[in-house]
Design a protein around this ligand. Sequence first.
Ligand SMILES: Cc1cc2nc3c(=O)[nH]c(=O)nc-3n(C[C@H](O)[C@H](O)[C@H](O)COP(=O)(O)O)c2cc1C
Length: 354
Amino acid sequence: MSALFTPFRQRQVQFRNRIVVSPMCMYSCVEGMANDWTLVHLGSRAVGGAGLVIAEATGVLPEGRIGVGDLGLWADAHLEPLRRVADFIRAQGAKAGIQLAHAGRKASTLADGARSLTATEGGWEIVAPSALPFSPAHDTPRALLREELPRIAAAFAAATARADRAGFDLVELHAAHGYLMHQFLSPMTNQRTDEYGGSQANRFRFVLECVAAMRAALSPDKPLWVRLSATDYLEGGWTVDDSVALAHELKALGVDLVDCSSGAILPKVRIPVAPGFQVPFAERIRRETGIATAAVGLISEPAQAEAIVATGQADMVLVAREFLRDPYWALHAATALGVKVDYWPQQYWAVAPR
Ligand SMILES: Cc1cc2nc3c(=O)[nH]c(=O)nc-3n(C[C@H](O)[C@H](O)[C@H](O)COP(=O)(O)O)c2cc1C
């Protein structure tokens, strides 16, 4: 029996296995519209046996995009092309998820994030909790007025409702990697003096308001996930203890899983990168809060993924770069682990293992 290939149920959604295609920006859209690349990229990984395929960081507002090529869900016009993607993924027996995002002070950049776009390159004014630039190569954001926050929370809710209508089974809030939500959480980027800054409870406030709005906008049958950077790896920054405290509150609001990434609040921070280096965060948050967790980060070997689920370190395993190298990673993992799965696509039965 394989733990990795044991189905998992959350609310009314049953995943055929614990393998998830991690959200990956493709920067291939125009005006946020999903296109043939979106369909083939995500669709081929559903064909390849993943239990869940999560579409990349998707802008809930145009000014919240990382760059001009981001996927978007800020208007009803985005819905139909995304429905085609969700329908295809689901027709392969996988579940379809989408990550909703606002980049805050990391918006309006080149695709590699190295610097801000200039006005002639199509750049725009950026906003953040406090007027602190990400790096000397990035524009200084305008500090958000308290009165502007409800509009952003409403945009997360509206995009969630659109994702639901487009047929996605699951929505993930991107609260990691130094983007807007993380900027509110971390003392490195939040120097507000109103009720959205200062104490831990104040720094949690905007994220919890967005989560509550998203939960209310999403069908009660569908899971809501939150991706966190579990730590900033910085003295005086966001810590794993903070993540545990936040996970308790997320669970109380009806969040179904915390997806445990780390880092990226400031440039050039030393991160102890190694195979499975973020797994202990998923393990600790799961143990101390009882919420389901996902592990991600340098998980590329089937036996490694199997052990993470089998030993209860996480409920789901997200794979990013290895799925770019091999869209059929999940089917190949089944073969490697000696698991017989019945979802080799019928069109490929001639080469399915017997
Ligand atoms: C091309 C690329 C794009 C990415 N885009 C996103 C994204 O949109 N949202 C996100 O949360 N993480 C993003 N990530 C991070 C991955 O989801 C994942 O957390 C990270 O790559 C570590 O997993 P891996 O070692 O399996 O690649 C991206 C990674 C890559 C390689």
